[in-house]
Design a protein around this ligand. Structure first.
Ligand code: SAH
Ligand code: F3S
Length: 432
């Protein structure tokens, strides 16, 4: 029996794409192996968002080239495939296929004609979601893509180039996936998209469907206990969506809504044209709808032209908003983006200093929030055992990790009394 090896880098959308590719190969009779040397087909599912991510892919390709069986088929899918195109074949001549994020459903073609080099980095369609076989069983958390691509065109971001313009899926297809997930094991539904709250589908009768409607549809299913969505663009937080936090208890009180920078000048050059007042006003509305809602953000430090004063404004905004869990990155110039050719690129040592200062502050705020949870009882979702096997890992409604001593038949959803906290996680005991 033929075996496949797949390694996924990057965002949640990639994790989802990786699961669909694995399901497709299994439906064709292949089995999965975690040993590259044993595989007949090797797939790297790649991320291009920062230069480091792309470099990681090419160094993994170098290692695999030496370790693989001589006749194994070997290739890349995802954003690096789209970023590099035919150039990937020049850099690694042994590659058999290079398939972009919207053409990985063409992967079976390489199984049928292994002697040809397969290159497809076309954009523009979401057929892949409907052409590929469904996963047989859903994990407890089902990621359901509802839109792909992004029209915001932030000047630093390669995603609009690699994933293309925004396209939203037909809500009937989305709800079919939600129902399939809910009947095969999903307890939590996470709607996914690069600009997920920009989801907008106008059907043949001229009726426009929004994310709030998908949330309401998923909430009607009894087995679905928790709903969330990621990643959101601030100015697409429409009132109907904010209202869902008031009316739908299954929607978790947690939202990733990246601000990127606290400096209006930097935001303008990033092509993120919202004012800080507007951003704060959206958070105030969210808090009015759900007083306990918590926000997380992504940050970029060292964007071209960022001054000490700009950076100080980023530090200030973290104090004002009290983000409980964030990702922060050094700006990385990417091909096909406007910021890569801007003047005043910031030296690496300054980027590193700013990142360390921001991370220290974000960690402190996260620890404060975690500590404020001690003594509370929270309804949490079980993700499975930790590496030692001695504990179970649960997720709180705010997406914190909560570690619980292993017990027999750990419930999928449990009320957990939080007994201790540190920067990274909580500890607790199941109370029923
Ligand atoms: N809305 C998207 C965000 C894509 S990239 C989604 O989650 O699907 C994820 C994060 O990477 C961005 O929010 C941004 O903070 C960071 N990022 C994007 N391009 C970057 C670059 N060139 N350098 C550093 N960080 C970057
Ligand atoms: Fe990238 Fe900005 Fe869209 S970060 S994914 S272009 S909102």
């Amino acid at each position: 029996m033929k075996k496949f090896f797949i390694q996924t880098f990057g965002c949640q959308m990639n994790v989802y794409d990786g699961q669909r590719i694995a399901a497709m190969l299994k439906s064709r009779g292949l089995t999965e192996t975690h040993d590259v040397a044993d595989a007949d087909i090797i797939i790297l599912n790649t991320c291009a968002v920062r230069a480091k991510a792309t470099d990681k892919v090419f160094s993994a390709l170098g290692r695999i080239r030496r370790a693989k069986k001589a006749d194994a088929l070997f290739g890349i899918v995802g954003c690096v495939a789209r970023e590099s195109g035919a150039d990937a074949f020049r850099r690694i001549p042994e590659l058999n296929f290079v398939l972009g994020p919207q053409s990985y459903h063409k992967l079976p073609d390489i199984l049928e004609s292994p002697e040809t080099k397969l290159l497809n980095i076309d954009l523009g369609g979401l057929e892949k979601f409907d052409e590929m076989p469904q996963m047989e069983r859903s994990p407890a958390v089902a990621y359901i893509p509802i839109q792909e691509g992004c029209d915001h065109c932030c000047t630093y971001c390669i995603v609009p180039y690699t994933r293309g313009r925004e396209v939203s899926r037909n809500p009937l297809d989305v709800m079919r996936d939600v129902e399939h997930a809910a009947t095969t094991g999903a307890v939590e539904i996470c709607f996914l998209g690069q600009n997920v709250n920009g989801y907008k589908y106008t059907d043949k009768n001229g009726v426009t469907h929004r994310l709030s409607e998908l949330i309401a549809g998923a909430a009607k299913l009894d087995t679905v206990k928790r709903i969330r969505f990621t990643s959101s663009y601030p100015t697409e937080m429409t009132d109907d969506l904010i209202d869902m936090f008031r009316t739908e208890p299954k929607l978790l009180p947690f939202l990733n809504m990246p601000i990127q920078s606290g400096s209006p000048d930097v935001l303008r050059r990033m092509n993120r044209p919202y004012s800080l007042d507007l951003y704060i006003n959206i958070i105030d509305k969210l808090k009015a709808a759900r007083p306990d809602i918590q926000i997380s953000s992504d940050f970029i430090v060292g964007f071209p032209g960022e001054t000490d004063n700009d950076f100080a404004q980023t530090m200030d905004i973290t104090d004002k908003i009290k983000y409980i869990n964030s990702y922060s990155f050094k700006y990385s110039p990417r091909p096909h983006t406007a910021a890569a050719v801007m003047k005043d690129q910031i030296p690496e040592n300054i980027k590193a200093e700013r990142l360390a200062a921001l991370d220290a502050r974000l960690n402190e705020i996260q620890r404060e929030f975690n500590e404020s949870c001690v003594g509370r009882t929270l309804s949490c979702l079980c993700e499975g055992p930790d590496k030692t096997g001695r504990h179970m890992v649960y997720r709180t409604p705010y997406m914190q990790q909560c570690i619980v001593a292993t017990c027999d038949n750990a419930p999928t959803i449990a009320n957990i009394k939080i007994t201790a906290a540190n920067k990274a996680s909580l500890r607790g005991e199941i109370v029923d």
